[in-house]
Ligand binder design. Structure first.
Ligand code: FAD
Length: 379
């Protein structure tokens, strides 16, 4: 798929930013398990945040394809930093889609301009892949809701200014899926508590945490979308946010491939560079083909979503495939580095560690395949 000149410019600008600002600091942030917020500010100043958000609400009025290009280029250098930046507007997809005019004006422009950070809190200790088993409640009061419960694995739990929270508001609804609502909870409200999950395998500089909502009061206006539609809202959100995970996957795979190519060109064994070996050439060929196929898939699916052709099975395929090739290609990149591959200073193990989480969040690869299979089989 041929990108337009403007899309190529965006991709080049994202590459320049990632190479100039992230390359030097990536290993240090991974080791410290800490993000440097100055990178987020610079990304905001350069207009990389929420490019798919309408210009009226502070975005660039572009599409998911442009966002995928940015994710790809950022993750080519470092998936953790990429995630720490792009997750600050994780949820704008949903506010753009179903928010009221007031909510769009209030929340979207602040995150697109880099004045606020957000997140989406779905997962709970006993509700992971099975989103419909969420137990957090939002009890109705005269003025709004009281949110109570616990969430875990929440990106930006300790950084976000507000979260979109999936809660039960209509426990009496006959159909299980009709019991939920999505509610915006500001993190400075009394009763919000968060702690950091440390020593992760992947994307270590990106904040992941546990959240406790201890009877957090929010006004009526914080309801996002209609009561009882929360489960469906989250599915709509994932249909768009999975493209971001896919973009991170393609970038991670591309970065690992480039590391492998550099290494086999330099490393000599049996009196010749490894790159002269037909076995090595075959491996590089296979890796590059996977990346190219995944990239085409990502671009074409993103472009379809931008045209309003939303095929949830195709989106699930794109995310699953991108994550799988990120793991495969970075694994092979370690193999081509031999013993050096498992040393942090050669970076390929870092790519492989980061790639793994892409097969888990935003729907595990098994869940993605269930979505695809059910859709094809009409179940
Ligand atoms: C770094 C990180 C960041 C995250 N950020 C967020 C966030 O911002 N917001 C948020 O809400 N969540 C977030 N998550 C949570 C993530 O979405 C969940 O981890 C994921 O959905 C899987 O849920 P689980 O971990 O409970 O695993 P489980 O659902 O317990 O699954 C365990 C295993 O069983 C498999 N499995 C489950 N059900 C089935 C089935 N029916 N058939 C076959 N196999 C099955 C799964 O595929 C998986 O392999 C994050 C997770 C991580 C690791």
């Amino acid at each position: 798929m041929e990108l337009t000149p403007e899309q190529k410019d965006i991709k080049n600008a994202a590459r320049e930013f990632a190479e100039g600002e992230m390359m030097e600091i990536a290993r240090e942030l991974d080791e410290k398990q800490q993000f440097d917020e100055r990178l987020w500010q610079k990304a905001a100043d350069l207009g990389f945040l929420g490019v798919f958000v309408d210009e009226k609400y502070g975005g660039a009025g572009l599409g998911y394809l442009e966002h995928s290009l940015i994710c790809e280029e950022f993750a080519r250098i470092d998936c953790g930093i990429a995630h720490a930046i792009t997750s600050t507007f994780f949820g704008t997809q949903l506010i753009s889609l179903i928010g009221t005019e007031e909510q769009k004006l209030k929340y979207l422009s602040s995150v697109c301009k880099g004045e606020a950070k957000m997140g989406v809190a779905i997962t709970e200790p006993d509700a992971g892949s099975d989103v419909s088993s969420v137990k957090t409640t939002a009890k109705k009061t005269d003025s709004g809701y009281v949110v109570s419960g616990n969430k875990t694995f929440i990106t930006n739990a300790n950084r976000a200014d507000f979260l979109i929270v999936l809660c039960i508001t209509n426990p009496e609804a006959k159909k299980k899926y009709d019991r939920f609502s999505t509610i915006i909870v500001e993190t400075d409200r009394p009763g919000y508590e968060a702690s950091k999950l440390k020593n992760k395998l992947s994307i270590r500089c990106s904040d992941t945490g546990e959240v406790a909502f201890k009877d957090v009061e929010v006004p009526k206006d914080n309801l996002l979308g209609k009561e009882g539609r929360g489960f469906y809202n989250i599915m709509e959100f994932l249909n768009r946010s999975r493209l971001e995970a896919a973009g991170l996957g393609i970038g991670t795979a591309q970065g690992a491939l480039e590391k492998a190519i550099n290494h086999v060109r330099k490393r000599k064994q049996f009196g010749a560079p490894l790159a002269d070996s037909p076995i090595v050439q075959t491996k590089i060929a296979e890796m590059a083909t996977l990346v190219e196929a995944g990239r085409s898939f990502l671009y074409s699916t993103s472009a379809k979503v931008d045209r309003g052709e939303l095929d949830h099975a195709l989106i699930a395929m794109t995310k699953w495939y991108a994550a799988e090739i990120a793991v495969k290609v970075s694994d092979e990149a370690i193999q081509l580095h031999g013993g050096y591959g498992i040393l942090e200073e050669y970076d390929v193990s870092h790519y492989w560690r980061d790639a793994k989480v892409l097969e888990i969040f935003e729907g595990t690869k098994e869940v993605e395949k269930l979505i695809i299979g059910r859709s094809l089989l009409g179940r």
